[in-house]
Design a protein around this ligand. Structure first.
Ligand SMILES: [Zn+2]
Length: 156
């Protein structure tokens, strides 16, 4: 089950066509191989980290951004905008499903920074690093560290 939650204004986000934001818990759980929302709660896994950007089958939309819990996704404006601009960055810096591409992720963070959301990116990376420790994932931790380092280098 998914629902259309928001349509991003192409003018505000410098897009050629609107991008839709959908909420679809089941799709994201299965995409990330997460057994249930119980697991997310158990590890205090912030579900905003599950946000992904897909190609759209609907010609009205350039891309589809899928979020786990739309009201929660919107609860912190800085984080929300940083995630949206990061995801839109993937239009120019695509990554395959299950692929880890640190350089692409860093470029997408930069896209959010360029649009004025450095603070939000910092919050997202702090969240990612916290989560990586909680679930004890060296891969996620490496991603969080490299992205944080890139952000700090850029800020100097
Ligand atoms: Zn990304």
């Amino acid at each position: 089950m998914h629902c259309l939650c928001e349509v991003l204004d192409p003018a505000k986000y410098a897009l050629e066509k609107p991008v839709a934001i959908l909420e679809d818990k089941e799709a994201l759980l299965s995409l990330f191989g997460i057994p249930s929302d119980f697991w997310l709660n158990m590890f205090q896994f912030d579900n905003r980290l599950l946000t992904v950007c897909f190609e759209s089958n609907d010609l009205d939309y350039l891309r589809i951004i899928v979020v786990y819990d739309y009201p929660y996704f919107c609860s912190d404006k800085e984080i929300k905008e940083a995630i949206i601009f990061h995801e839109l960055g993937h239009i120019l810096h695509p990554v395959l499903e299950k692929e880890i591409n640190h350089q692409a992720e860093i470029s997408c963070d930069q896209n959010a920074v360029i649009h004025g959301h450095e603070n939000g990116v910092k919050k997202v990376l702090a969240m990612l690093s916290r989560t990586a420790r909680t679930i004890n994932s060296p891969l996620l931790l490496e991603a969080a560290e490299l992205r944080t380092k890139a952000l700090n280098t850029e800020a100097c």
